[in-house]
Design a protein around this ligand. Structure first.
Ligand code: B12
Ligand code: SF4
Length: 534
């Protein structure tokens, strides 16, 4: 448990930091300034100081709501892991009254350190934590030393209520969606505020919170945009299967801004940043609602017309939609294929869609010259090397242009994390580093086989694609031969993983260097790999 910060400052009353700060701010009659902290780096690149950052819609939205109410908001956009001295120096320079971390699960080891450092040196600043991990396991987050409150779900209005309470000196601990840690370590749990049903009621995101022109995507002249929140579906590995459950109005979880407001938002963005030439819609599923799609697209064609990419679902796509996407300037679609075996996909991923339909959809993309990128997962609970190979082969049959293989990560509270736990695949807490790329330990699919598959996925898709292009009899023979080779007991999978990893690291380095030195050449080369970018 965190030691009581306030005993140091206010021993007689033993107030929590939250309350003490409330009193100070109210005495000084000052509006509290929030510092949002966004750890925007992964374990593997935590020492790389030359990285560029990502946009976060969540933080931009919180900032917009707070600024609209007159509060000052600052962002510590962390692109690498600082040491304690540098971290604290920065925090002092920000001169803030309250701090809020944005937490995804894999950022928790870093946030644990930061919160501890704050507790050591700046114990009078109240510290909150919000975001996906906080939403999934709030009590676990509150156990961290230095964390005073946890925000469950959407953070705009709970944080605003909290700042208002600081401003008014009421130091409320009954704020919906915020759980507070008291000085004796006990927790005050509050109900979760209903999610914001009408996204049009939100102000547009505060793009200025970021050094927008220097974001990673900006260097590609691209803006990452979200016109919606949530998702209708419940794939077992995805946080969305659980995020919705925290809200009392969870049936309204998948929401879009109206087509008109969406266009207004895009026009504002393009006016602010005229260098943007491409849009990347990160909405969970862009074709979720047919009505929205068919209202939005004509407006987009008329008023925006920039080339874009977006996420789609195979099972709800029609050829007419693909045509409309093409007319609107869609040059690439990102689509979840995830696993190539229909039965496994339905049973373990809750994605019941037919391979045959996927193959048809891929044909439509080809006809309309839209580049296809698929997301795939390897190392799923109960999976085997042979099943992963089916995923490779389905990609080859679909003849997709780009494939992204992800290694399964058991995000807390997801359905598939429970499956992994029940299968005995998640070792006892502390035995596997949360940043180890392979979190499961499965005798039927060992760690280095999973790594081999992930790092050689692209190459294998290319090999099978070549095989499927052969005449049928020849193709069948070559396929069986390659299957046998890859799955053979003595095949040097560990060695092949290591050499592929080295090659990939060199390629990524070269790509990043090119992007920094000559963004235009980078975009030119990138576009050459796409079928058609307007
Ligand atoms: C867009 C997106 C990205 C973008 C932008 C990242 C970002 N920080 O937003 C990019 C492409 C960079 C990205 C990368 C990654 N992502 Co991502 N991404 C998403 C996606 C599709 C939407 C996120 C979003 O914008 N939501 C809408 C906004 C409004 O919501 P929000 O961000 O949650 O913010 C709200 C609340 O969470 C809360 N809140 C958030 N922070 C704070 C802080 C405070 C102080 C408060 C009060 C409240 C608060 O209030 C916000 C406003 O209501 C989600 C999936 C989904 N459908 O949600 C995955 C998701 C967030 N990503 C995920 C992952 C794993 C990653 C990667 C780690 C993948 C990887 N291995 O590289 C990286 C991490 C890189 C990084 N730096 O963050 C996981 C996180 C799971 C988890 N348990 O942590 C998700 C949930 C997908 C999944 N697998 O389930 N991602
Ligand atoms: S469709 Fe995509 S965003 Fe929705 S639950 Fe499935 S994986 Fe998550």
């Amino acid at each position: 448990m965190k030691k009581n910060k306030f005993v140091k400052i206010c021993p007689r009353f033993a107030l929590t930091s939250v309350r003490f700060s409330a009193i100070i701010i109210s005495i000084m009659n000052k509006l509290p300034t929030t510092l949002l902290i966004y750890p925007d780096f992964l374990e593997e690149d935590k020492s790389n100081k030359n990285k560029l950052g990502n946009y976060s819609e969540g933080l931009a939205s919180i900032s917009a709501v707070l600024k609209q109410a007159g509060y000052d908001v600052k962002l510590y956009h962390m692109l690498y892991m600082p040491d304690k001295k540098e971290f604290l120096k920065k925090i002092r320079e920000f001169d803030c009254d309250v701090i809020g971390f944005s937490a995804r699960t894999t950022a928790i080891p870093f946030i644990t350190e930061f919160a501890g450092w704050l507790d050591d040196e700046l114990p009078d600043i109240p510290v909150g934590i919000g975001g996906y991990h906080a939403t999934l396991v709030p009590d676990e987050c509150l156990q961290l030393r230095g964390i005073d409150m946890v925000i469950v779900g959407e953070g705009e209005y709970p944080w605003l209520d909290y700042l208002n309470s600081l401003r008014d000196g009421t130091s409320r601990t009954d704020i919906e969606s915020i759980n507070f840690k008291q000085s004796d370590g006990s927790i005050i749990h509050n109900p979760v505020r209903p999610l914001i049903e009408d996204l049009d009621s939100l102000p547009f995101p505060d793009f200025d919170l970021f050094d927008y022109a220097n974001l990673d995507r900006s260097k590609n002249f691209t803006a990452m945009v979200m016109l919606s929140r949530g998702c209708l579906f419940s794939c077992t590995y995805c946080g969305n299967s659980q995020f919705r459950n925290v809200y009392p109005n969870k049936k309204k979880y998948a929401r879009f801004r109206s087509p008109e407001k969406s266009i207004e938002l895009l026009l504002l963005l393009l006016k602010k940043f005229p260098f943007i030439k491409y849009l990347e819609f990160r909405d969970a599923i862009f074709n979720t609602y047919e009505d929205w799609f068919y209202e939005f697209m004509p407006l987009y064609i008329e008023k925006i017309g920039l080339p874009f990419n977006c996420n789609l679902r195979f099972d709800i796509l029609t050829e007419e939609m693909v045509k409309m996407l093409k007319d609107g300037g869609c040059y690439m679609i990102d689509i979840g294929l995830e696993n190539g075996n229909e039965e496994f996909r339905t049973k373990y991923l809750h994605r019941s869609m037919k391979n045959e339909h996927m193959i048809n959809v891929a044909k439509w993309f080809k006809q309309h010259k839209i580049t296809t990128l698929t997301y795939n997962i390897v190392g799923l609970p109960h999976e085997t090397l042979e099943l992963s190979l089916e995923t490779v082969k389905l990609n080859a049959k679909l003849d997709v242009d780009k494939v992204i293989p992800n290694i399964f990560y058991p995000y807390p509270m997801t359905i598939l994390e429970r499956t992994a736990r029940e299968g005995g695949f998640i070792p006892e807490s502390g035995t596997v580093d949360p940043n180890d790329p392979v979190q499961l330990r499965m005798s039927q699919y060992p760690k280095y086989d999973i790594l081999y598959m992930a790092y050689n996925f692209n190459k294998l898709v290319r090999q099978y694609r070549r095989i499927y292009a052969l005449p049928e009899a020849q193709s069948k023979k070559a396929e069986a031969k390659l299957d046998r080779k890859i799955t053979a007991k003595n095949y040097p999978r560990k060695f092949l993983y290591k050499s592929a990893k080295l090659k990939e690291a060199m390629f990524v380095k070269a790509k990043k260097l090119l992007k920094r030195l000559s963004p235009k050449l980078f975009v030119f080369l990138k576009n050459r790999t796409m079928k058609e970018v307007k």
